[in-house]
Design a binder for this molecule. Structure first.
Ligand code: HOZ
Length: 430
């Protein structure tokens, strides 16, 4: 069924660590060799054996319009014809900055980088430089990329593989990172009582999408804003996933909280490698060359990435499709939850806008500890059955299921049908 992919994976494992360029893709925790992808269009993705799948990974978030949207493709082709990289200022990066500043209320200035990891790493350095403090606060199960300071109790791949810290991160670096339970403001208050004047920043996914999806308590995020404000600590929202996905102004618009700095990635590159961090001008002005906090990049503001990102953002601005995305996602997740429960499977859905996930647990999932109560065996079987039936999900219970504008009602209904079959098979085997 996936013989060509299997052969490619065997070859890849000989010369690429684990056969992949990002660990979760290897499918270790779900016991499936990954399909090797050859093309994608709209909400469909095709592998080397010619199998077609309805895609709910969406390149892990960027493809909110679906794959190969004609306007995005045309913008990239036209840009490539003018050269692929100059390492010099361009008007397109200025337009990108203008559109981000216009759409995200808290951002007065913004710097482009090449990935979400780079955005978070740079925002942390800036917060440390700005406050002249070393300690940072993050939350268990949140994932902000793989830089040293942030690879502590991390979600996403590290959680999937059971390596929430990593060898290679010096103890001297990790000791400056305080990781606290998400949605627990009392723990934050306690940490600030003890270390407050030493804490440079709090970095948080306002709606976590790397321990599955977690819905934030409004009072938790409001508490973060209040506490950081009173200690002169920089509040950083990691909106690499949620930025331009939950609303034009990101999760901060939906939740009504104003961070000092925000990290972006994924959607702003329209599927090309990109990241950005931005926020209050007074803080951003500390970045070199105007300021003394150094950060640079040969491919930063790359014209192809700017072209794809601008085409994507312009469509989101023009069509404001968030209500439609929300309706599609509601239909999908209600259907999946009902299908699981009808088959006698404990299941909890967490969903906000077009991001969501299904935890195989009877518990309410509010943080990393409760996310980990999901049954990994049931998830593994669910993943395998769905893949065999042409549904492409992220191969980890700690990742997000993404809807795009290209998912039709028919595809969503088919997905629910196939899930019903999968749950029947799993229930019989239990
Ligand atoms: N940690 C990434 C998603 N949250 C993985 C991306 C990938 O493997 O491409």
């Amino acid at each position: 069924m996936r013989e060509k992919s299997r052969v490619l994976f065997e070859k890849a494992k000989k010369i690429i660590p684990g056969g992949v360029n990002s660990p979760v893709r290897a499918g270790k925790s779900v016991g499936v060799d990954p399909p090797f992808i050859t093309s994608a269009k709209g909400a469909l993705i095709r592998d080397a054996d010619g199998n077609e799948y309805i895609d709910y990974v969406g390149s892990w978030g960027p493809m909110i319009l679906g794959h190969a949207h004609p306007e995005v493709v045309e913008a990239v082709i036209k840009s490539a014809e003018r050269g692929t990289s100059y390492g010099a200022p361009t008007e397109s990066e200025l337009t990108m900055a203008e559109i981000i500043v216009e759409m995200v209320a808290s951002v007065e200035k913004v710097r482009m980088v090449n990935s979400g990891t780079e955005a978070a790493m740079s925002a942390i350095r800036l917060a440390r430089g700005y406050t002249d403090r070393d300690k940072i606060v993050k939350f268990d199960g949140c994932y902000h990329g793989h830089s040293d300071s942030l690879l502590v109790a991390a979600g996403s791949g590290p959680a999937t593989l059971g390596i929430p810290g990593s060898p290679g991160v010096p103890e001297d670096v990790a000791r400056h990172t305080i990781s606290l339970p998400y949605n627990n403001i009392a723990a934050v208050e306690k940490a600030f009582d003890r270390f407050g004047p030493e804490i440079a920043c709090v970095i948080v996914e306002p709606v976590p999408g790397n321990m599955g999806v977690i819905i934030p308590d409004q009072s938790f995020l409001e508490g973060l804003r209040r506490i950081t404000g009173s200690y002169g600590t920089v509040l950083i929202f990691d909106e690499v996933i949620t930025g331009f996905r939950l609303a034009q102004g990101g999760a901060q618009e939906v939740l009504g909280i104003t961070p000092d700095l925000t990290c972006f990635g994924k959607i702003i590159g329209g599927g090309l490698p990109v990241g950005a961090y931005g926020g209050r001008a007074e803080i951003m002005d500390r970045i070199a060359p105007d300021g003394d906090v150094y950060q640079a990049g040969t491919l930063s503001g790359n014209p192809l990435a700017m072209a794809a990102g601008l085409a994507t953002l312009n469509i989101l601005k023009r069509e404001n499709p968030y209500a439609e995305l929300n309706r599609k996602s509601e239909a999908l997740f209600m259907g999946l939850e009902t299908a699981a429960k009808n088959a006698g499977m404990p299941a909890t859905v967490n969903r906000m806008g077009s991001m969501g996930c299904l935890f195989f647990t009877p518990k309410t999932v509010t943080d990393f500890a409760t996310a980990q109560t999901g049954n990994p065996d049931v998830f593994r079987q669910y993943y395998q059955e769905m893949l065999d039936q042409g549904i492409y999900l992220a191969p980890s219970p700690f990742e997000t299921t993404f809807l795009s504008l290209a998912h039709t009602s028919k595809m969503i209904a088919e997905t629910i049908d196939r899930a019903e079959k999968a749950f029947e098979i799993i229930a019989q085997a239990l």
